[in-house]
Write a protein that binds this ligand. Structure first.
Ligand code: PGA
Ligand code: ZN
Length: 424
């Protein structure tokens, strides 16, 4: 049983404070977890409790840490770590708000993840096995190699341009293609005279004139690395379009002009036609633009994976609503958007039951914690996005998958991207 829960303020990959939690069991076993933090956050995300005031730009998390050390510590004393649902429910009830705003989703998630780790450590089994049982799978991975939007100080309005290995036999072999393409991309950008400094998620942040140019250089990089775009390596993007959506006009301020939803839809369709290596797109429409999002999915959903992130925020109630409406065909999953391990697992289950794919995701502000890699394997989540093969907080997520694949030797299956088989 749990004898102590301890929090502390640590720092994430952007040098911003975040929460770390330790859960200590009666035999001395400990589980520890670090909480990530996003930037292009959805309106309906659970609340990340920040101190405000002048210290550290108001971003301190000492209140959240204090909530762990006092109220949460008291409430979990003597509770079994093996009933994750119960531990999470105790914290949800203790918080008492619908958005975890009183204790802080950062406090609650830290303890929730640390509890799972402590339980796995106690049983002497890997975290992915503890959370996933026997039905586990290595995910298809998406690597953000060109950063734009709010993740980089350049002119590209779309947030993420990703590459993903296709028809690969092992994660290791697929990742090798990604690494080769990443290095080739650096050369392509250098040859064209662009900067090769990286953004928040380890992707390059060149000041390319447009999003389409980013896709063009990805084609070049994939070919330069010796692969075929759309055959060996696919392309995906996260427009994160809420960041350029205007609530008042219902239009999109995209690449220097105001575009109607219809113009945006035509633009995306044009990209798919011109660049058939595109296998997945995330948040093509804004978080208050459910109708246009849905219309687009009805038209294009059988040709490409359409992922919803900011609209549903890993919230089972919102996911239910999105599924009912047919808004997308894939759900992005972020633990800290909802704030507990068990609610995140419910979100995944809900998506899979309704034949939606899921993409498990890191955050743009992240830490060395590799919980998300184990989690993606455990829920047979299908897909994982965890940034470029650069910056240790990103690479460690993939290194963890290499270790897991080695452990599962002979028993590992890879979740293949649906379009691997379906795409003509
Ligand atoms: P965030 O970006 O972590 O800054 O929210 C990730 C995403 O939008 O998918
Ligand atoms: Zn997103």
């Amino acid at each position: 049983y749990i004898v102590q829960v301890k929090g502390r303020e640590i720092y994430d990959s952007r040098g911003v404070p975040t929460v770390e939690a330790d859960v200590i069991l009666s035999d001395g076993t400990m589980g520890r977890a670090e909480v990530p933090s996003g930037k292009s956050t959805g309106d309906k995300e659970a609340v990340e409790l920040r101190d405000g005031g002048s210290r550290l730009g108001g971003k301190g998390v000492l209140k959240a840490v204090n909530n762990i050390n006092t109220e949460i510590n008291d409430a979990l004393n003597g509770v079994s770590p093996f009933d994750q649902g119960n531990v999470d429910q105790i914290m949800i009830d203790l918080d008492g708000t619908p958005n975890k705003g009183r204790l802080g989703a950062n406090a609650i998630l830290g303890v929730s993840m640390a509890t799972a780790r402590a339980a796995a450590n106690y049983q002497g089994i890997p975290l992915y096995r503890y959370l996933g049982g026997t039905y586990i799978q290595i995910p298809q991975t998406f690597h953000n190699v060109i950063n734009g939007g709010e993740h980089a100080d350049n002119g590209i309005d779309m947030q993420e341009f990703m590459i993903t290995p296709l028809k690969h036999d092992t994660f290791r072999a697929g990742f090798e293609r990604i690494v080769n393409t990443y290095h080739a991309l650096q050369k392509v950008l250098e040859e064209k005279g662009y900067q090769t400094g990286v953004g928040d998620e380890g992707g390059f942040a060149p000041d390319l004139p447009s999003s389409e140019d980013a896709i063009k250089v990805l084609y070049e990089a994939i070919e330069k690395a010796g692969y075929k775009p759309g055959e060996d390596v696919g392309i995906a993007f996260d427009a994160a379009s809420s960041t350029f959506y205007d609530d008042k006009t219902g239009n999109y301020n995209f690449e220097g002009s105001e575009k109607t939803p219809k113009e945006m839809a035509d633009y995306y369709e044009g990209l798919l036609e011109k660049y058939p290596a595109i296998v997945s797109m995330e948040d093509p429409f804004g978080e208050n633009d459910w109708d246009n999002f849905t219309t687009f999915t009805k038209k294009m959903g059988d040709k490409v994976q359409i992922v919803t992130d900011d609209n549903v925020c890993t919230n089972p109630a919102l996911i239910r609503k999105a599924i009912k409406q047919g808004m997308a065909n894939s759900i992005l999953i972020k633990l800290n958007q909802i704030g507990t391990v068990s609610e995140t697992m419910e979100a995944v289950r809900l998506a899979h039951e309704n034949n939606y794919t899921t993409m498990i995701s890191h955050r743009s502000g992240d830490t060395g914690d590799t919980f998300v890699s184990d989690f993606a394997v455990a829920v047979s989540g299908g897909q994982l996005k965890a940034g470029a093969p650069a910056r240790s907080e990103r690479v460690e997520k993939y290194n963890e998958l290499l270790r897991i694949e080695e452990e599962l030797e002979g028993h590992a299956s890879i979740s293949f991207f649906p379009n691997d088989v379906d795409k003509d």
